[in-house]
Design a protein around this ligand. Structure first.
Ligand code: UD1
Ligand code: MG
Length: 481
């Protein structure tokens, strides 16, 4: 018997309670949309085909699904006439009659794990059932469909909350909504569904009683971890499941050798990768394709998106995106790494420093109060405190080149395009407008003009004047000039 699996992800619902202009399944937790989580869970299902049913917000959801799961087929359900109708529409859109197994999941159930679906399918196939229901016992079953069983314990039906009697509502085993179904049985059962129920909808869940009536086998696969089947209906549940996902993600990394001092204030996207012996300090958020190598310390209070942090590097109180930090380098506190920043091994981007589209070579340092944009710094150079690269003349952006073993003085401006050769120095306060040759010293053109006795003359009687006269009594002689 063929066990080819067709996965159907239901995501056509309105999500009214989110009160959002963004479709419900596009809201994110752990750096991934709800529907992308649902599609990720399917990686455990070995499905040969995936159909995503969209309806409300389909102009947003459709393109998103095509982007995150190009192999999936998007089917539009124009009117939301219930879960049974949604599955019927999905199957009708396929080029040929479906065979094997149909796996139904929901786009708004983000914590479901691939392994759970793998186990559900194994159980379904091992018992050769018409329907296997993924169930869970929950503390508060309000709103869910209840699993009804006969005296022998065999499943007889799923009763929706709104259609259930008080006795039936007392049942705490609920339908997660995730079902594995024999495709041939499903094809027979769907056309028989009727909307004779409290919500006037075609309930997919009614196929269970249908299977029992035709003598087919129905089973429940009960999940010990009910959080995996919790859905998101409002932003309170979004935050609750987001926190739970983060708790699971941080725990997974801690078990793999990452020190996380305060998991509650450390937020990790599910896509982030950490090596063993990484230390994350409180208030750290790592997003996207961020990767941190062994021995590195990140935080406290650091946000990195798509940043690669090298071995043994330190990144303290920093905001960074699309950047590469070399092994043994140090960043921060209070650094802002903008896209295109590359810091070499053992390099330093220090305090109150902003960098953009710049490569700072191995062992080179930008320690204090600087802006470095569109710049190339060679190896083992030191950029003085308070340096600004003037990279934009209002029309075009130009680059600054700084060589190896360069020492630039404090408070320099590099007016790009300009280059400073290997081994060159610049003095404090230099505005570098012309290229500096290797080994040269550039200093400001005009020297300092000092006007003696100015303060006692022009600010007589002030505290400054008194202090000056105290230090240099001879100034008194010409104070009246
Ligand atoms: C459904 C189940 C219920 C189960 C619960 C678990 C039915 C009849 N009921 O109830 O047994 O305990 O989920 O959360 O199946 N959808 C569509 N098109 C539609 C209707 C729904 O795509 O026409 C999608 C929704 O977007 C959602 C899912 O199907 O992702 C479930 O729909 P919802 O209306 O939330 O069903 P529940 O009443 O919660
Ligand atoms: Mg629901």
């Amino acid at each position: 018997m063929s066990h080819a699996v067709t996965a159907v992800v239901l995501a056509a619902g309105a999500g009214t309670r989110m009160k959002s202009r963004t479709a419900k399944v596009l809201h994110e937790i752990g750096g991934r949309s709800l529907v992308a989580h649902a599609l990720h869970a399917l990686s455990g299902a070995g499905a040969s085909r995936t159909v995503v049913v969209v309806g409300h917000g389909r102009e947003q959801v459709g393109p998103h699904v095509e982007q995150v799961a190009p192999h999936a087929q998007v089917v539009v359900q124009h009117e939301q006439n219930g879960t049974g109708h949604a599955v019927a529409e999905a199957l009708a859109a396929l080029p040929e009659a479906v065979t094997g197994t149909v796996l139904v999941t929901y786009g708004d159930v983000p914590l479901l794990e691939p392994q759970t679906l793998a186990e559900l399918l194994t159980d379904h196939h091992a018992h050769d059932r018409a329907v296997t229901i993924l169930t869970a016992e929950v503390p508060d079953p309000t709103g869910y469909g209840r699993i009804l069983r006969d005296a022998s314990g065999a499943v007889t039906a799923i009763r929706e909350h709104k259609d259930a009697t008080d006795d039936e509502r007392a049942v705490r085993e609920v339908n997660s909504g995730i079902l594995a179904l024999d495709a041939a049985f499903l094809a027979r059962a769907l056309p028989r569904l009727e909307a004779k129920n409290a919500q006037g909808e075609l309930y997919l869940t009614d196929v269970v009683a249908g299977a029992v009536a035709e003598g087919g086998t129905v089973g429940a696969f009960m999940l010990a971890d009910p959080v995996q089947v919790e859905g998101v209906n409002d932003r309170v549940q979004l935050a609750t499941l987001g926190a739970e996902l983060n708790r699971r993600t941080t725990e997974r990394w801690m078990r793999q050798g990452v020190t996380i001092v305060d998991p509650a204030t450390t937020w990790l996207d599910v896509t982030v990768e950490l090596a063993s012996d990484v230390t994350l300090l409180p208030g750290t958020q790592l997003h996207g394709a961020t990767r941190v190598a062994s021995g590195a310390t990140v935080g406290p209070d650091t946000t990195l998106r798509d940043v690669v942090v090298g071995e043994d590097a330190t990144v303290e109180r920093t905001h960074g995106s699309d950047a590469v930090i070399g092994a043994g380098a140090t960043v921060g506190p209070f650094a802002y790494l903008r896209p295109g920043t590359e810091l070499g091994e053992r390099g330093k981007i220090g305090t109150f420093v902003e960098t953009k589209n710049s490569r700072i070579g191995a062992g080179s340092k930008v320690p204090h109060l600087s802006y470095v944009g569109d710049t190339e710094v060679g190896e083992s150079s030191n950029i003085g405190a308070g340096t600004i690269t003037a990279n934009y003349d209002g029309v075009t952006k130009s680059r600054t080149q700084v060589g190896h073993h360069v020492r630039t003085g404090s408070h320099n401006v590099f007016v790009a395009p300009v280059s400073i050769g290997d081994g060159a120095y610049t003095g404090a306060g230099t505005v570098v407008r012309q290229d500096v040759e290797p080994g040269a010293l550039a200093v400001p053109e005009t020297g300092q003009r000092t006007i003696g006795g100015w303060v006692p003359r022009r600010r007589p009687g002030s505290a400054a004047a008194d202090a000056a006269l105290n230090a240099a009594p001879n100034l008194e002689d010409n104070a009246g000039e």
